[in-house]
Every structure is written in C-alpha cells, then in structure tokens.
Design a protein around this ligand. Structure first.
Ligand code: ADP
Ligand code: MG
Length: 699
C-alpha cells in the first residue's frame, strides 16, 4: 500500500477524477502531500474593519461595512458594467462588476447592510473596488472573524469554483484525516532549543491560525525545516566529495608562473585578486580536490586570476582547461590568453563545437600525449572523445549555465579528479549562493582594478535617438568604440531578428563609412568569431549585437553601451551588459533606450540601474522583484527542489541558522546514524523517493 500522503488527490472526498485532473494541471497538486503543502500565500484578518477614508493604496486589502445607496447598470460603449455606490455613512466608494452581473444584482438587493472586502483600484484619482467580495448581512449570516487563509488558485480553477475557499475546505478535510499520519521531521532537541512548533501544530496552524503569532510561528518552523534539509543536502554533497576524492598537489610556481608574473604581467594585481589567488593556491597544495566558486563582478579581472592558476597546474606537469558557455566567449578567452601564453612558451589551443573535424582530431591527439598545456573551449571539452594525459585543473567561466551534473562529469575526466574552479560574474545574492552552491567553497573578488572611472548610466526615450547618435559619433571621433545591443527573446525570435536588421540598417545610414560588426544568433559561429575579432582588434568601431555579448567580452577601448528596448532585459542582464564598458581608463557610458510606456517593473529596473553599479545590490533587487523561483530557475535548477515556503530574499537569518545547524549535524554524525537523527534519515529517503516521482510527472 502507498503511504497515506502519496495518495492520489482524486481520492479526497469531494474531489474525484475531474477536479483532480484540474488540480494536477493547474496547481501541480498530485497527492495528499501536495495539497497539505499548498500553504496560504496570505491571510485575511477578518476581525478588522476599515473606513472608506482609510483607503490609501492599491496594494492593500480593505474590509468595510456599510450600505448601498444606488445600483446602476452602465452602458457606455464596451461591456455593460454594474456600479454600486457604497457608503460607510461618511464617504462613498464605487463597487464595480463587469461580469456575473445577473448573479450579483439580486444579491445586492437582498439586504440592508453589507460587508465589502477587496483591493481598491485607482482610476483618475479616485479609488473604486472591482469585483469585491460582498457579504449581505442577514439575520443568519456568519460574520467572518479571525484569520482566513488565502490560497493560490488560477482563473481556470476559479471558473469551476475551485477557488481559495474551496481549497481551504479540502485542506480542512484532509487535515482531519491526516492527524494520525503526520510524522515529526525534526529531532526533539532542535525543536526544544529553537522553541519550534512541532510538525502537527505547524501544519495545522499554517492553514488555520487564530492569531498573528500562530502564523509567524508556524511559518518559522516550516521554513527552518525546509532550509535545514536543503543545507543538509548541499553540505552533505560537499563533505562527500572531500571524503571521497583526494586531489593532486600543485606546489611548484616555477618556471612558468614566476616568469609570467615577474616579466610579463600586464598590470599590478588588485589586492582582491591576490587574496583569491592565495586562497586557491592553498587548495591546490592541500592534497584535497578543490571545488571552489569564484565570484567577481563584471570587470573585476577574473580572467587573469584564471590564467595564473592554470599556470600553477602547468608548472606541476598537469594540464588545465577553461570552459566558457558560448563560442564567442571561448574565442575571446583564447585570443587574450594565447597572447600571454606565447610569451612564456605555454602551449594553448581552442576547441569548440565548430572546430573542423581534422583540427579537432589533432587537438585530441596532442592532448592525450600531453603536448597541450591549456585547452580553452566550450562544453565540447567535456565530450567523451576528449581525453587528457593528466588534467589537473578545470575552470568553468560564467557558472550559471553549468549545472552540478556537468561538473561531476569533469571529476571523471581524470584520476585523481581535477581541481574545479567555477567563476561567475552573475552577482548571486549571498543567501542564494549559500543555498545553490553550498557544495562549493567560495572566494570573492570584491574590488575593481584601479583607475576605473564609474560608468555613467542614463535612461532615454526614442525622442533622444538623434542626440545619442551624435554623442556616439563624438566618442568614435575620439578613437573609442561602441556597442549597440538589441534584445533577443526566444518566443519572438523572428520579430527580434527583424528589429535587429532594421536597427543595423539605421546604424549604417547614420554612421556612413564607419566599419560595423554585426553579431547575432543566426550567424554561423565562424562568422560570429570573425565579426567579434574585428571588433576586438579595433578594426570595426561599432558592434551591433543581440545579447550574445552578455557575458565575457573584453574590449577596454569600448566606451558606450547603447541598449535598445532596454525594458525587455532583466536587471542582471542589464548589469552584465553595462559591465562590457568601463574596462579601460576612459569615462564610459551606458545608455538604456526604452519606449515611452513602461510597466511599473520596467521603470523600477531603469531606476535601480541608474542609481547603482553595485552588482550585489542589483542581485538582491533582482531577487526581490522576481522572486527566488525565477532567479534560481534561470541560473540553475536541480540543486534544490522548489522551495515551498521559504523566501530567500527575506529568510536570510533563518537560512544562516539552518546552515549552522546542518553543519553541526553533519560534523557530529556524518552518516546520520545516531538515534536522534533517525527522523532526518527517514525524511531524506522519503524526499529522494518524492523527487523520482516528481521527475516522472514532468515527462
Ligand atoms: P571579468 O571578471 O568580468 O571576467 P576581465 O577578466 O575580463 O573581467 O577583466 C576586465 C578588464 O580589466 C580586462 O581588460 C583586464 O585586462 C583588466 N584587468 C584585470 N585585472 C586588472 C588589474 N589588476 N589592473 C588593471 N586592469 C585589470
Ligand atoms: Mg570574464
């Protein structure tokens, strides 16, 4: 027999196959467990009443009692609507219905007094309420009191009356049946020392609290539990690697490293770069396999760090590879690092998906006999065919496109496994980094190279296009280069392509006789590389591109980044694009061009970008605006299951607490064998089972 909580949702009384199907499709509620974990996203305090005068914001809900003065059906073009003029005795509020008029009309005539509940809308300076909840006060009306849970539902479900209220009824029913089945998932000593609700209380109270404290406390308990299990998982992985893999020891810094450092280093390293190199050197000589994340904002100089570390491997008779997410970026790294390598006799090659077969074969041959020291490339590097003589170090640039699974493929490339360094410019909010990359040790470059001038960021509309083009002309005359970037969003790729080509035509007309590079996703990668290289060498002056240049390219002479339709880019994307300029010592500019009509979020993004260049601040804002689901989704999925209740933007303190506890648990009892940890062990096994189930649901 299946465990109780894995029972198909159809079998809950009142649901059945049809409604069950809808719940599965719309809310991903497949089992009893899913329903019981469909937590309220908000609660209505129905014991409080407002006056109409209290209404100040479209964001809040208000509950008002009063009478209806007039009822009108208004028919001014468009759809007819029902307008009720409602008063609390002092002020007036229009209640408006666009649908269900037939049904609501008699309801509004059925009583003297009403309780109105809803969110106001602001129209031409006046608040009104559209489709509020309305309760006629009759002698037998049950007046709502206390805190009412509000559950996510969808339009489709609501049409079938599967709204928040119905869900709440089902959950109540399920809770009655589940009483005996709910198992404790945290050890007693943690519940005691952190004064947490036990599991049963938490689950009951999260759905049906009677006061604010119960809401807060049940949330705290469930968040703590959720984050603790995420941390146990990622930290467990980390410990496992450390236990299982010993690492190659790289102690020599001669001859390559020292020769380059003393004679050819193009600039003084920043203190942050030195610190990070030091940390990594400790790892490389420790005898343990390194798994480290290197975070550094765009332009902080990660490439030089990568190169110096690869030299450490080379000086110890090992090979190193550097893997980039795109061909363009791989090419760029190759182009830069070949220049350095040649000076000190280091043999470096490039391998990507578009490397011709013959060349590829040659590279594979050379690699396997150790005639190549450093290999730069895309994920073509981790193909089975590619084998190294002795791969000692692998660096992954721009981490967010490589998942844990790919990383572990690398570990298998050599015996003992190579050291792995993951570099990212995506400023990952600290809380998120801890959760996503808890299995990696972390280094941060928190300092920009000296002499950088701040990038001047502005937001402009179409009307300024001429002025902007004139300004670009001026910069070009001063010998600088310029990027013009168009959005490329997959759903409307054809349309985006059209915008780009039209844009190119416009630029060509305006900047007659000026060499222009054009790079977009439809180009063959050889052509892309060619266009890129023209720009990198300064032979073309303007680079018109879709956001393929989002990551990595490095042309210090470029001083203007013009972003077209900027409102269509996300915050971190904009920040990354901006980071393409301001790399040299000249003053640089990022100009975000947008349509006149911006959504609230669009405008907010422009404001954030113009007000700060701090990548971490921007990442936190991004997390706040989009929610962690979105952010993690685009960065990497699979490390943690979806968080059901925790909000990484807000729960940093609980997360830190949970991490500390997870560390202690794993330290004292790495295999979770102690009797007090039996419940944890069982829960982890149950979660693993659930995950396999989830996978089968997706496909
Ligand atoms: P990112 O961290 O975004 O990959 P890069 O490694 O591409 O940054 O470096 C950005 C620019 O800064 C490059 O032109 C690089 O040569 C330069 N740079 C890196 N470190 C220093 C330094 N310590 N002093 C001066 N310029 C530096
Ligand atoms: Mg880079």
């Amino acid at each position: 027999m299946l465990p109780f909580f894995q029972t198909n949702i159809e079998y809950l009384k009142g649901i059945g196959p049809k409604r069950g199907e809808m719940l599965k499709k719309e809310l991903h509620i497949f089992t009893f467990a899913d329903l019981i974990q469909h937590y309220p996203f908000r609660y209505q305090d129905r014991s409080q009443y407002n006056k109409i005068r209290d209404i100040v914001s479209e964001e809040n809900y208000y509950q008002i009692s009063g009478t209806i003065l007039r009822l009108d059906t208004v028919n001014t073009g468009g759809k007819p609507r029902l307008v009720a003029t409602f008063t609390d005795g002092k002020d007036y509020l229009e209640l408006i219905w666009f649908a269900g008029i037939k049904w609501i009309f008699p309801k509004l005539q059925s009583a003297e007094k009403f309780i109105v509940y809803g969110k106001p809308s602001l129209f031409k300076g006046d608040f009104s309420m559209i489709h509020p909840e309305i309760l006629p006060l009759l002698s037998d009306t049950k007046i709502p009191t206390g805190w009412e849970p509000v559950y996510h539902s969808t339009e489709k479900l609501k049409e079938k009356y599967l709204d928040s209220k119905t869900l709440s009824r089902y959950i109540k029913l399920l809770l009655e049946q589940a009483e005996k089945e709910l198992q404790e998932t945290l050890p007693e000593y943690l519940i005691k020392s952190y004064r947490l609700y036990d599991k049963k209380t938490a689950i009951k109270k999260i759905h049906f609290p009677i006061n604010k404290t119960e809401i807060d406390e049940s949330r705290r308990r469930l968040k703590f539990e959720e984050l603790l299990y995420v941390q146990l998982k990622v930290l467990g992985e980390n410990l496992k690697n450390k236990r299982e893999y010993s690492g190659q020891v790289f102690k020599n810094l001669k001859p390559r490293f020292m020769e380059f450092y003393d004679k050819h280093r193009p600039f003084e390293l920043t203190n942050a770069q030195k610190k990070v190199i030091h940390e990594i050197r400790e790892d490389l000589s420790s005898g343990k396999q390194m798994n480290r994340l290197l975070q550094g904002d765009v332009g902080s100089g990660k490439t030089m760090v990568a190169f110096l570390i690869m030299l450490m491997a080379v000086d110890n008779n090992a090979q190193a590879c550097l893997m980039a997410p795109t061909e363009t970026l791989a090419f760029q790294h190759f182009y830069t690092l070949r220049y350095y390598s040649e000076k000190i006799g280091v043999r470096i090659h490039l391998l990507t998906g578009s490397t011709p077969k013959k060349t590829k074969q040659k590279i594979v041959d050379l690699l396997s006999v150790g005639e190549i020291d450093i290999l730069i490339g895309t994920h073509a590097l981790i193909e089975d065919k590619v084998s190294f003589k002795n791969l000692g170090l692998c660096i992954i640039d721009e981490q967010h496109r490589f998942g844990v699974a790919q990383r572990s493929l690398l570990w298998k490339k050599n015996n003992p496994p190579p050291h792995v360094l993951v570099m990212t410019a995506t400023p990952i909010p600290r809380t998120l980094a801890m959760t996503l990359y808890g299995d990696l040790d972390c280094s941060v470059i928190n300092e920009m190279p000296k002499g950088r001038k701040p990038i001047i960021t502005s937001h402009r509309h179409e009307t300024s296009r001429n002025a902007i083009y004139n300004f670009i002309h001026e910069e070009l005359r001063n010998g600088h280069q310029c990027y013009i970037v168009y959005p490329l969003i997959e759903e409307s790729e054809t349309l985006d392509y059209k915008h780009l080509t039209e844009g190119v035509e416009m630029v060509k007309v305006y900047f007659k006789n000026i060499p222009i590079s054009v790079v977009h996703g439809r180009l063959k990668s050889q052509e892309k590389d060619f266009q890129m290289s023209l720009f990198v060498k300064g032979e073309s002056k303007i680079m018109v591109a879709t956001n393929v240049i989002e990551v990595g390219v490095d042309v210090p002479n470029a001083t203007i980044m013009l972003i077209e339709s900027a409102e269509r880019f996300g915050l971190t994307q904009l920040h990354q694009l901006r980071g393409r300029v301001g790399r040299g010592s000249s003053k640089s500019y990022c100009i975000m061009l947008s349509g006149n009509k911006l959504s609230k979020e669009g405008r907010e993004r422009m404001e954030i970008l113009t007000s700060t260049t701090d990548g971490f601040k921007i990442a936190d804002e991004d997390l706040r605006m989009r929610g962690p689901g979105d952010v993690t989704g685009t960065m990497q999925s699979g490390t943690m299951g979806d968080l059901l209740i925790s909000d990484l933007a807000q729960d940093a303190i609980i997360l830190q607490e949970a991490r500390k506890v997870a560390q202690q648990i794993l330290q004292n009892d790495p295999k979770l064998e102690l009797p007090e940890h039996a419940c944890i062990r069982q829960q982890i096994i149950a979660q693993k089972k659930m995950n396999t189930m989830n996978w089968s649901r997706i496909s």
